[in-house]
Design a protein around this ligand. Structure first.
Ligand SMILES: O=P(O)(O)O[C@H]1O[C@H](CO)[C@@H](O)[C@H]1O
Ligand SMILES: Nc1nc2[nH]cnc2c(=O)[nH]1
Length: 319
């Protein structure tokens, strides 16, 4: 395996673990130090953590091994807090994630997930903003992810690359990566909250490296390959979480439709123009990160309520 690829993988991610855990043990009160559930907040979704109380925020800058999140709509801190009445459920939220396109190595991208696992997290709810490839998905729909299609993984860019380590599987199976019991609870949570049926769908997430958005041909390709939504995150985190033995649920918020117009022939347009005829053509459209963040903001409340209810159900089934 090329050294450059191996260094992208898992081994660099284990390094400063003892120091990271020591800093957290020093900062956090005992009731917050062993979170039961983790949330990863996607683009524009950091407010998912606002349902927590007694929050202690730990900036990534104080944790060795953590990068800095440089994308607008991502903060750079872990938020530890309690959810619900009484003793509350200890929860940790990643306010901001790392993407390979920011220049972070894959080991940095997944390092926080490995830290969360060592803190005792058993279930992780990963959220993201994504573009819809499936034309039946409207902007604002939440998609419970049941599978993924990871073009970078298939091409040799995988956070698990590297020499085998004791106590870790060499060949990680992914056929059940997206926990069916958790997906069941996602739909039960939506039902309990009285969300309209169309507010929540199920689908497959395509992971691409970004940071460019898809060309129309790429959008058509991913759709033809079976993906419903596309984004530039999440899959490396899912792989690390599964390797660490966590149960994974992923919720994608559809923030835009991927632009997949049918090809319209410029030749035909010119020929029509020369013949004095007019041709009706759909207006060109482009996606922007501003649009992504704005939908995140509009839907943050419903995402937050769904995530909070999901955590309650998870813990009531598996205290
Ligand atoms: O996946 P999250 O981090 O939610 O963000 C999504 O939004 C950004 C593009 O607008 C990309 O980073 C894409 O992955
Ligand atoms: N790759 C990709 N990521 C996104 N994140 C939010 N929207 C999109 C999109 O259309 N494409």
């Amino acid at each position: 395996m090329p050294a450059a690829l191996a260094s992208q993988g898992q081994n660099g991610g284990i390094g400063p673990m003892a120091s990271t855990l020591e800093v957290l043990a020093h900062i956090l009160p005992a009731r917050l130090l062993k979170p039961r559930v983790a949330i990863v907040c996607g683009s524009g979704l950091s407010t998912l953590a606002s349902s927590l109380r007694d929050v202690v925020e730990v900036p990534y800058s104080s944790l060795e091994g953590f990068g800095k999140s440089t994308v607008e709509g991502h903060r750079s801190a872990l938020a530890f807090g309690l959810l619900g009445e009484g003793n509350g459920i200890p929860v940790v939220a990643m306010l901001g994630r790392f993407h390979p396109y920011e220049g972070h190595s894959l080991s940095t991208v997944v390092y926080p997930i490995r830290v969360l696992a060592r803190l005792g997290v058993r279930d992780i709810i990963i959220t993201n903003a994504a573009g819809a490839l499936n034309p039946s998905l409207d902007v604002g729909t939440i998609v419970s992810i049941q599978d993924h299609l990871a073009i970078p993984n298939l091409a040799g860019f995988n956070p698990l690359l590297g020499p085998a380590r004791p106590n870790y599987p060499r060949f990680l199976p992914l056929s059940t990566a997206y926990s069916r019991p958790l997906r069941r609870l996602v739909f039960l949570a939506a039902h309990t909250l009285g969300l309209p049926r169309a507010a929540l769908a199920e689908g497959t997430y395509a992971w691409v490296s970004g940071p460019s958005y898809e060309t129309p041909a790429e959008g058509r390709f991913l759709r033809a390959a079976g993906a419903d939504v596309v984004g530039m995150s999440t899959v490396p985190e899912v792989l690390a979480a599964r390797e660490e033995g966590l149960n994974v649920a992923v919720l994608s918020l559809v923030t835009n439709k991927v632009v997949i117009p049918e090809y319209s022939s410029v030749r035909e347009e010119v020929e029509a123009e020369l013949a004095g005829k007019s041709i009706q053509r759909a207006k060109d459209a482009e996606v922007s990160h501003e649009e992504v963040l704005s939908v995140g903001k509009q839907k943050a409340e419903v995402m937050k309520t769904l995530v909070a209810k999901l955590i309650e159900l998870i813990v009531s089934e598996q205290p």
